[in-house]
Design a protein around this ligand. Structure first.
Ligand code: HEM
Length: 511
């Protein structure tokens, strides 16, 4: 009556075999079709049947960054894009001209959430926050969150940037006395984390001096490190392997911890708001106030989970990115004393006769040369090196049509280093590229450090203001010099980091 164990085993094996066969055949058919579509399209010739072009990529992240520039200049100059091959013969396109970049960024194509999709790694932490969400959910929340970046809300943050910058200056003043080199990235990161915690939910603790003893700060840092680790290790893309790895297990615990802290803060603030029935008190309006009071056309607010996701998204997008930008800009200024000095002269003129070196809102538009250096620094170093989309509709490249399912990478790093766009000196720091006379010749989608189109960076004005304030404070008080015995190596992850630190000497200025 009952099938024997043997029959059950044979049936299971047959089902598994059919499943594998079916997938192997469809992968093969897709691969053949894609090969046909991209026949004659330019890209690195060497590829592996399983790992595609990745198999031949340099394993060192710094060398990889340089290799991508070389490949895109070699193959993408005329064509406007370069074809790479991903896992199991999946085509990956990297636009290398403003036209195709514009087409991608103007579209509403979703963020890549597949096995190799970078945004998937952020999901357990950020959920459907603005950065990761797609479709209707994203559109509604973007509408609700836009008022949080209105200039009336951003203006009072000038005090936050200035006060936290004073703490940084104090720390560096002690450092200057030692005459020893210091690692820039970690200090800047503590500064930007403190700023975003204060602006997101009026976090009152002193992150920069507390350093390693603050559990929340340590946890956020561990989470961002874990995301970077997973991003750079394809084996960890498989959920089962990740969940059982020690970093994956710690990541889960850490996410639970920061979620609990955020939920407590949200509950407390909601209670306080109900009592006062107003967002105003003695403090400024922070992002959390806006999130709690936002209402859509139907009068619906955000749920606790949605608010938590947005707060965590601001924390992630709002501190690692700015830390990378500020550190690399400082790096270029330290490497070019003549540019550093020009910034200092401009800053000294603006602050002449003032009692403090605090910048006001109205000063921001007068920092012309510093702004040119900031823009050029973000071009040269691309704080967010790349963003990806999985296209859901056929995508016209001009000379052929990429099929839906193709991954398209807006590789900001590469775009900033195309010779056809920036000239053969693209690896040099030349702030004059962004001078009044030259800036008009920069095409709209040629320079997109904050992305562009509907999914551009909602925090770009916040970021530019923060960069101007901290760089002003630092350059007003100190001069910076690179440690000549240390060569900085890049590490490309969700933001541009370093593999081996960024060391400088700092000297107190006599102003
Ligand atoms: C120099 C600093 C920054 C850079 C270079 C930067 C760059 C970017 C880029 C390239 C994107 C597009 C990401 C994608 O399409 O996947 C983005 C999106 C985003 N950024 Fe920034 N960002 C910076 C600072 C900030 C700050 C300070 C905040 C918040 C306070 C922020 C919040 C966001 C959010 C929420 C998104 C998602 C927007 C959406 O999809 O609607 N960013 N950023």
């Amino acid at each position: 009556m009952f099938p024997t164990l043997n029959v059950i085993l044979q049936t299971v094996l047959l089902i598994i075999g059919t499943y594998i066969f079916y997938h192997a055949v469809s992968i093969f058919i897709n691969y053949r079709q894609n090969k046909k579509i991209f026949n004659g399209a330019k890209g690195p010739e060497k590829y592996h049947w399983l790992f595609g072009s990745f198999f031949y990529f340099p394993t060192d992240s710094h060398e990889l960054a340089m290799y991508l520039i070389e490949m895109c200049n070699k193959y993408g100059s005329d064509q406007g894009y370069v074809v790479f091959w991903g896992l199991l013969g999946k085509p990956i396109l990297a636009p290398s001209c403003p036209r195709i970049t514009a087409k991608l960024l103007k579209s509403n194509e979703p963020k890549s959430m597949g096995l190799d999709g970078a945004y998937r790694h952020l999901y357990p932490w950020l959920g459907d926050g603005l950065l990761v969400a797609n479709g209707e959910k994203w559109a509604r929340n973007r509408r609700l969150l836009t008022p949080a970046f209105h200039f009336e809300i951003l203006k009072p943050y000038m005090n936050v940037y200035n006060q936290s910058a004073d703490v940084f200056v104090k720390k560096l003043a002690a450092q200057a006395k030692t005459n020893e080199r210091f690692e820039v990235f970690q200090h800047v990161c503590m500064y930007t984390l403190e700023v975003i915690l204060k602006c997101a939910f009026s976090y009152s603790e002193d992150v920069q001096t507390a350093g390693d003893s603050n559990e929340y700060v340590n946890t956020v840092n561990r989470i961002t490190d874990a995301v970077t680790y997973r991003f750079l290790n394809p084996l960890m893309y498989f959920d089962t392997i990740w969940k059982f790895s020690s970093i994956g297990r710690q990541f889960k615990k850490d996410c639970e911890f920061v979620h609990t802290v955020a939920e407590e803060v949200i509950d407390n603030r909601r209670d306080a708001l109900n009592e006062q029935d107003s967002t105003k008190g003695s403090r400024y309006t922070d992002f959390l106030d806006i999130l709690l009071t936002a209402r859509d056309e139907d009068g619906q607010g955000l749920t606790k989970l949605e608010i938590r996701n947005e707060v965590d998204t601001f924390l992630f997008e709002g501190h690692d990115t700015t830390a990378s930008a500020i550190s690399w800009i400082l790096y270029s200024l330290a490497e070019h004393p003549e540019c550093q000095q020009k910034c200092q002269t401009e800053i000294d003129e603006i602050l002449a006769g003032r009692e403090t070196d605090d910048l006001d809102w109205s000063d921001l538009s007068h920092l012309e040369y510093l702004t040119m250096c900031i823009k050029e620094g973000m071009r040269l170093h691309a704080p967010v090196p790349a963003i990806t989309r999985d296209i859901t509709q056929d995508f016209d490249l001009g000379d052929r049509v990429a099929p839906k399912g193709t991954t398209v990478i807006a590789n900001i790093w590469v775009l900033n280093h195309m010779e056809t766009i920036w000239g053969s000196d693209h690896m040099e720091f030349k702030p004059d590229r962004f001078s009044k006379e030259n800036v008009d010749s920069i095409e709209h989608f040629q320079y997109v450090p904050f992305s562009a189109g509907p999914r551009n960076c909602i925090g770009q004005v916040f970021a530019m203001n923060e960069e101007k304030v901290i760089l002003t404070k630092l350059l007003r008080n100190f001069s910076f010099r690179l440690d000549p015995s240390h060569t900085v190596k890049r590490k490309m992850s969700s933001v541009m980091r370093t593999q081996n630190g960024m060391y400088m000497f700092v000297e107190k200025r006599k102003t």
